[in-house]
Design a protein. Structure first.
Length: 258
């Protein structure tokens, strides 16, 4: 089985990142991973990039964490793939399958709606996964479920509580959604908690992962199974909304999740 990290942040691209791309690469190689996806926070999220720079300089800066990881991966035999994480109203999405040149060619992407994001990413050969859809944190005002404008959801995230992941898995099973797991790793080291996906075949490119997702190929969710135990009343959901295809936000009926 080939192990892949699907969700991680570098200090070069994400303001919350601690490890450099190269440090991450060496860590994952030591842990026996075949590859990693670097998914730094894009410009509507917790980016490390100054927003007053020209577009090309902003993209060069944004991609520097990935490039650092990729260069190190070439030396040590780790596959490193490019992605990013975009924020809307606390609902965040992981983008796979595109590259730096796509970003350079599309300065309008900073202002996409969720629907524009999905349509433009699909048109360019990529895919979209909603990250940690049931995350509950003090900086979030509500849960916003945007899976209708994504190709699947992340059902286990090492930065979540088990109850939040359990809600996500129950939601995915109810709706028949494609699922992944990811570490949301910001700092690689002794105390890092790693969630990943296991694949039977090696990815030759990020396009392979996109095909895997869009054709719903089987894979293994590599995380502790107790993450999906039934959530208790000790962690009730905060206000939740379903995002429709036209991006209206409707109150979400949560009775079935109890």
């Amino acid at each position: 089985m080939y192990r892949y990290e699907t969700h991680m942040h570098t200090c070069q691209g994400s303001a919350c990142g601690v490890s450099t791309g190269a440090e991450h690469a060496r860590f994952y190689k030591e842990k026996g991973y075949q590859g990693i996806f670097v998914t730094d926070h894009f410009f509507r999220g917790n980016t490390a990039v100054r927003r007053d720079l020209p577009w090309k300089e902003r993209i060069d800066w944004f991609c520097s964490g990935f490039e650092d990881a990729w260069n190190e991966g070439q030396k040590i035999g780790l596959d490193v793939f490019f992605g990013w994480e975009q924020n809307f109203e606390g609902d965040e999405y992981l983008i796979y399958g595109l590259d730096k040149q796509f970003m350079l060619d599309h300065p309008e992407m900073e202002h996409w709606t969720r629907r524009e994001q999905l349509e433009c990413v699909h048109a360019a050969g990529g895919c979209v996964i909603q990250a940690h859809p049931f995350r509950m944190r003090g900086y979030l005002s509500a849960i916003r479920l945007g899976d209708v404008l994504a190709d699947g959801i992340e059902v286990a995230n090492a930065g979540n509580t088990p109850a939040q992941d359990a809600y996500a898995m129950r939601y995915a099973l109810k709706k028949g959604l494609y699922t992944i797991t990811g570490s949301d790793n910001h700092k690689s080291g002794e105390h890092s908690t790693l969630f990943s996906v296991g694949l039977d075949t090696r990815l030759e490119s990020s396009a392979d992962f996109v095909r895997h997702i869009l054709t719903r190929q089987p894979h293994t969710l590599l995380c502790p199974p107790e993450r999906f135990a039934a959530p208790t009343a000790a962690e009730p959901l905060m206000p939740a909304f379903t995002i429709t295809e036209d991006e209206a936000q409707l109150p979400y009926a949560t009775d079935w999740m109890a």
